[in-house]
Write a protein that binds this ligand. Structure first.
Ligand code: SAM
Length: 272
């Protein structure tokens, strides 16, 4: 059997995200992402801290989509991303934000976060798959456990290995399929080789175990999105379409087996 493909350089993700930071929000402005984001917020909301003051961390914050919502909800928020350009986008948005005093910005890597105090956060979000993108998901989850208060919750998304199988099946390369099934590792391919990075994909059971074995009680692992709204844009058109799709997602999410067909998995886990 052939060995897995060579690993791309470690800072490919940082380079890629630095380049796209300024246009990042525009890339995600369409009906599918509206649907996706409503589903995401619906899965985070039940875990918002109930007492104030409370501290949240948005890890792999990008342009701040989730951290800014948490800030708006009244919490203190630590924004952390390894792309300085992404953190700069958050800083610009905070210039006109009345709650900016409650925000802290850090350029850092989720695999080791010496800037963040131990047991500091009631809620940690890591959305848009920084755990899949980072160099060492195990170390990152241990860092999540270190910085989360006992009883606090982490909500994180990862790439779903089961959904990524199709890519290898379409190519008809048995060696590549086998290597992927064994390792869960694949590459984010962009034209610029310096911007390529490795992605760690997980099955629902693997992501559950990663958290359960490293200081968390797993509350749920939900597929996102189970309805592949991107595959037929017609589904997203028309009045009320997104609300109806969100409702269908909620219904499907009640069966954990539905996670198998989603591109991403969202885990919610409580720090033991
Ligand atoms: C797909 S974006 C998602 C951004 C944002 N969380 C959202 O949901 O809109 C992934 C983000 O994770 C960041 N990231 C990837 N690996 C990281 C790491 N090891 N440490 C910190 N940030 C990382 C990237 O720079 C990028 O901003």
């Amino acid at each position: 059997m052939k060995p897995p493909p060579p690993r791309p350089p470690r800072d490919g993700s940082r380079k890629y995200h630095d380049r796209v930071a300024r246009k990042y929000d525009a890339i995600y402005e369409d009906p599918f992402w509206k649907f996706h984001d409503e589903v995401t917020w619906g899965l985070i909301k039940p875990f918002l801290p109930r007492t104030m003051p409370a501290a949240c961390a948005d890890l792999g914050c990008g342009t701040g989509k989730w951290g800014l919502k948490l800030l708006k909800s009244g919490f203190e928020v630590m924004f952390l991303d390894h792309s300085a350009a992404m953190v700069e986008e958050v800083r610009k948005k905070l210039e006109s934000n009345p709650r900016a005093k409650k925000a802290t910005l850090v350029v850092g890597d989720i695999v080791g976060m010496p800037e963040l105090a131990t047991g500091a956060f009631d809620l940690v979000t890591a959305m848009g798959d920084p755990l899949s993108i980072c160099s060492d998901p195990l170390r990152a989850v241990r860092e999540f456990a270190r910085v989360t208060k006992v009883g606090g919750v982490v909500c994180a998304t990862v790439d779903n290995q089961l959904a990524a199988l199709d890519y290898y099946i379409e190519r008809g390369n048995l060696d590549a399929l086998e290597a992927f099934v064994k390792s869960g590792r694949t590459n984010w391919l962009t034209n610029n080789e310096a911007e390529r990075f490795e992605l760690h994909t997980f099955t629902p059971l693997e992501i559950e175990r990663l958290f359960a074995d490293n200081g968390f009680e797993v509350i749920e692992v939900v597929g996102k999105t189970v309805i592949p709204g991107r595959d037929n844009r017609k589904l997203l058109e028309g009045e009320g379409a997104i609300d109806r799709l969100v409702e269908m997602e909620r219904r499907l999410a009640r069966d954990p087996a539905s996670a198998g067909r989603a591109g991403h998995l969202q885990v919610a886990a409580r720090r033991r």
